[in-house]
Design a protein around this ligand. Structure first.
Ligand SMILES: C[S@@+](CC[C@H](N)C(=O)[O-])C[C@H]1O[C@@H](n2cnc3c(N)ncnc32)[C@H](O)[C@@H]1O
Length: 431
């Protein structure tokens, strides 16, 4: 039985830590965090009423107090500026110094292993609060912490892969198309800033436990439903949706600016991007598609008879080595699969693209990682950019506004796109 006196002590500790965080009192925080002997990292305690962690508290405390703000705006009784300081300036200075101390506190908490993407009861991460309140510097600090954590997680996954059973790996790291890449779970308490990244996503443990886990093998064995505006798997996950047509059209035009080029598309889905690629009159148009029902639908629509089209039935992992062995080269490649992990994608561009893409060629991909939350999208853009750089690619991004999609998600298990702008990547070999 738990001793109630200990429980009260624990609660008091939590409240003291959160108070010190909101007061940006770093010496006190250091004392409380380092002197705490309970299990778990005290830098990640949570307020039971708000779900705030110390990071949430430190950032939320930077919001100017409304009452104080109103008082500042009231004209002084004698009409002059008291103490020679104009009220507006005074307010700005106070706010600036609050942000400064907030920055130092956030830095300290991250060094102590605070989780960058923990959720409060308002479904916000600390970075979401910083963004909502317009605190750019604090937002960027959390994004950078997310990038560091995700890069490290991805590297650790790589090490695990060397020793673990392959099926187990699949279970651990698959992610849904467009799902939050930041959703991977890490048991890495020892590494500062890297504890569990899972909470920030709709695939956080609580939600994930209730939902069937989407793996590539589960998906490839799943029955599909083809509708006019969407393609769903047996769990009602949106494999592809027609609202992405503008993105597909622009991607195709960037990849094939002139007729007569050679293109490879990985993942046919609803055939939207292939339709646009074909309109650009390529000299040859190869398509790799792994799902038997999608392949059947392609044939029903006569894709196998279109001029220059070659369909490769199977997973890219099995097809690409054969293409490389035959010496097939392309001027353009598009990659958009489903239920594959970031590690699969990284393998595609670090190991495979080089064997397929002409020296002057360009390639692109559907950039939906982390798109269920702006901060996850920003983190994954940077992670991808760094990995692309390491693999020898330059990437240019074009922003495309995505119209509001509210009605789109009826009948779809999970909205995988919740942000305003799509960032279209165009990659080429570095000079
Ligand atoms: C999101 S859809 C592609 C949508 C497509 N860009 C369009 O415009 O309609 C993903 C496609 O990738 C296929 N796929 C999934 N895993 C694959 C793999 N490992 N290799 C090849 N195709 C795969 C799926 O069956 C699905 O048809």
């Amino acid at each position: 039985m738990v001793d109630p006196a200990i429980d009260i002590d624990v609660d008091l500790d939590v409240q003291e830590i959160l108070l010190a965080a909101s007061q940006h009192d770093i010496p006190q925080l250091r004392r409380l965090i380092r002197g705490n002997e309970t299990s778990g990292n005290p830098a990640n305690v949570k307020d039971p009423e708000t779900g705030y962690s110390p990071l949430h508290a430190a950032i939320a405390a930077c919001e100017p107090d409304e009452e104080e703000e109103e008082e500042e705006h009231e004209p002084p009784v004698n009409g002059g500026a008291p103490n020679g300081v104009e009220p507006e300036n005074k307010q700005a200075t106070e706010h600036e110094s609050m942000i400064r101390s907030g920055v130092q506190t956030v830095k300290f908490l991250l060094q102590e292993g605070a989780i960058w993407n923990d959720l409060d009861l308002n479904n916000e991460t600390p970075g979401c609060i910083a963004r909502r309140l317009g605190f750019t510097e604090l937002y960027e600090m959390i994004v950078d912490a997310g990038v560091r954590a995700e890069l490290l997680l991805n590297r650790l996954d790589g090490y695990e892969q060397l020793s673990d059973d392959e099926d187990e790996m699949e279970e651990d790291e698959e992610q849904q198309r467009g799902g939050s890449g930041a959703a991977q779970t890490a048991e890495a308490e020892a590494v500062p800033e890297l504890v569990d990244a899972a909470a920030a996503s709709s695939t956080a443990p609580a939600a994930a436990a209730a939902e069937p886990h989407v793996t590539n093998s589960r998906y490839l064995n799943s029955d599909l439903t083809f509708q006019n505006d969407r393609l769903l798997d047996q769990d009602q996950n949106g494999v592809m949706m027609a609202w992405e047509s503008d993105i597909m059209a622009r991607s195709a035009k960037k990849l094939l600016p002139t007729p007569g080029l050679r293109v490879l598309n990985v993942g046919h889905g609803m055939g939207i991007v292939d339709g646009f690629l074909h309109e650009q009159s390529p000299a040859s148009h190869h398509i790799i598609e792994a799902h038997p029902e999608v392949v059947a639908e392609m044939k029903r629509k006569g894709w196998h008879e279109k001029p220059g089209v070659t369909i490769h039935e199977g997973r890219w992992q099995d097809i690409v080595p054969g293409l490389v062995a035959q010496g097939e080269m392309f001027d353009a490649i598009y990659y958009d699969t489903f239920a594959e992990s970031y590690a699969d994608f990284r393998e595609f561009f670090t190991e495979q693209v080089i064997g397929l893409l002409d020296q002057e060629g360009k390639w692109s991909f559907f950039n939906g990682m982390g798109a269920d939350r702006q901060i996850s999208y920003d983190v994954y853009q940077k992670v991808a950019e760094m990995d692309l750089f390491e693999a020898g690619f330059d990437v240019e991004w074009e922003e495309i506004n995505v119209p509001k999609l509210e009605g789109e998600w009826n009948g779809v298990r999970r909205p995988y796109w919740m942000i305003d702008d799509y960032r279209l990547p165009l990659c080429k070999y570095m000079d």
